[in-house]
Design a binder for this molecule. Structure first.
Ligand SMILES: Cc1ncc(COP(=O)(O)O)c(C=O)c1O
Length: 465
């Protein structure tokens, strides 16, 4: 498949409802019947629900039980008018947020250090990372006079760090990882300069699900007097329980004195609805560099702790409700199910001789092959209804396991389908993965602009009716 064919294929999947559902280019003259709207929403929901509900999807919906969703929706409905920027009208919003921050901080080692661990509720993992990087930039400028800041980040850390680099003019120093896909301690150390403001490690990283050597890296950062951010967007709400369950989890949180900030996503393994995450700091001073205040505006004294102005207090209410309704025992049980699914999946992949697991992951598992086009295997899996992620450098396929995969039979179905897909590609080695040409281009510096253009066109397509 060439890139134009791929574009056409993607268009079909991005715009599947063209012609089959009501659509509008202008506001309807008369408002529609509300019943009709609800019916349409239900129909769309029904079309989209089975794929994630039955465990065909990597990550995305981390809990997904009907009873949990109904409860969360009820909480959202009660709080749907709440807006934390009007803290005088809805003091409940910051009650919930303050407690979300405290519960998360204490889960991530705040009680095991003499420093005060503080934080904020943000709208998601990317938002938490952006807030932390902006805080480091302003901290370094203010306290060290650094005007050309740099960050030292393993190649495997999330793309949100590139976004932060671009948005906040912080030079990105991406450092190649070792053969085990963990950050390379010596190479990270060597990348530090007098302009470095922060070093980053992930627990775990998105592509291969492995945990960086946070203890060693954060110690280097501490000795150099720079910040260290642990990105635990994925692991924040599962690794503490994995550790208690006896899994081999290297230290990654505020128990390490060099860790000065963390991100942990409540909307992933915290099982809240999409739209919340927690960013944490060692000490109020660093958090102050995240805040925004203007005193001169005719609209009055204006301040906001995070990027957004008005925002949905209901999301924080339902996040708080998820945390306290599930509780420690509930999180432990959920983690146990997911980690066991991870063990079964790794074992199943090991029994497929053409495949191997990358690194030593727990619940986000990447696999590849030395003899097959693994991205072609990924396409066959898509034909079978799976939504797995095809990755690059090296080409591999990954799945983030959730509670949907802990359901009986799901991992077994995944392994069976994988066996069939591998057998098919073995018989048809001429089939190339649809992402193979795109990833071929990203590896060629002259073609990277073409890939950017392709991505712009896809994003334009999102906004076409
Ligand atoms: C390790 C890691 N960090 C950050 C993010 C970004 O999170 P979000 O998609 O909520 O912005 C992700 C998302 O998968 C992630 O896996």
């Amino acid at each position: 498949m060439d890139i134009n064919e791929l574009k056409k294929e993607l268009e079909k999947s991005i715009k599947p409802y063209r012609g089959s559902f009501l659509s509008f280019e202008e506001l309807p003259k008369e408002g529609l019947d509300k019943k009709e709207i609800i019916e349409m929403m239900k129909e769309l929901y029904k079309l989209e629900e089975p794929r994630w509900k039955d465990g065909f999807v990597s990550g995305s919906v981390y809990h997904g039980d009907t009873e949990h969703i109904d409860f969360e929706n009820q909480v959202y409905a009660i709080n749907s008018q709440s807006n934390p920027i009007h803290f005088d009208i809805w003091p409940s919003a910051f009650k919930f947020e303050a407690e979300i921050v405290r519960m998360t901080a204490n889960m991530l080692g705040a009680k095991k250090t003499n420093d005060e661990i503080v934080g904020s509720v943000s709208s998601g993992g990317t938002d938490s990372i952006l807030l932390a990087m902006k805080a480091y930039r302003d901290w370094a400028r203010d306290t060290k006079g650094i005007t050309e800041p740099e960050m030292v980040v393993p190649t495997t850390a999330h793309a949100a760090f590139d976004k932060a680099s671009e948005y906040f003019c912080i030079k990105m120093k991406r450092v190649p990882v070792g053969n085990d896909f963990r950050a390379d301690i010596q190479a990270m150390q060597a990348a530090i300069t007098d302009n470095t403001i922060v070093m980053v490690g992930s627990a775990p990283q998105f592509p291969h699900g492995v945990i960086d050597p946070i203890e060693e890296l954060s110690e280097i950062a501490r000795e150099r007097g720079i910040g260290f951010h642990t990105d635990a967007c994925l692991g924040g709400f599962i690794l503490p329980w994995a550790e208690k369950l006896g899994y081999d989890v290297p230290p990654f949180d505020f128990r390490l004195p060099g860790v000065t900030s963390m991100s942990a996503d409540t909307h992933k393994y915290g099982y809240a609805a999409k739209g919340t995450s927690v960013v944490l700091y060692r000490g109020r001073k660093l958090r102050h560099y995240q805040y925004f205040v203007t005193t001169e505006w005719p609209g009055g004294l204006y301040f906001s702790p995070t990027f957004l102005g008005s925002r949905a207090g209901a999301l924080s209410a339902e996040c708080w409700a998820a945390l306290v309704s599930i509780g420690e025992k509930g999180y432990m049980k959920a983690a146990e199910g997911i980690l066991k699914a991870g063990e079964r999946l790794k074992e199943g992949i090991r029994q497929i001789p053409e495949l191997y697991v990358l690194g030593n992951p727990l619940f986000v598992i990447a696999f590849s092959s030395d003899i097959l086009d693994i991205l072609a295997v990924c396409d066959i899996m898509s034909n079978k209804g799976w939504s797995l992620s095809g990755l690059q450098k090296p080409p591999c396929v990954h799945i983030s396991l959730t509670q949907r995969h802990a359901q009986p039979g799901v991992i077994e179905r995944l392994i069976n389908d994988l066996k069939e897909a591998v057998a098919y590609i073995k018989q048809h080695p001429e089939i190339k993965g649809s992402l193979t040409p795109v990833y071929g281009m990203t590896g060629n510096i002259n073609m990277q602009d073409a890939v950017k253009q392709f991505s712009y066109e896809l994003m334009d397509l999102f906004y076409e009716t």
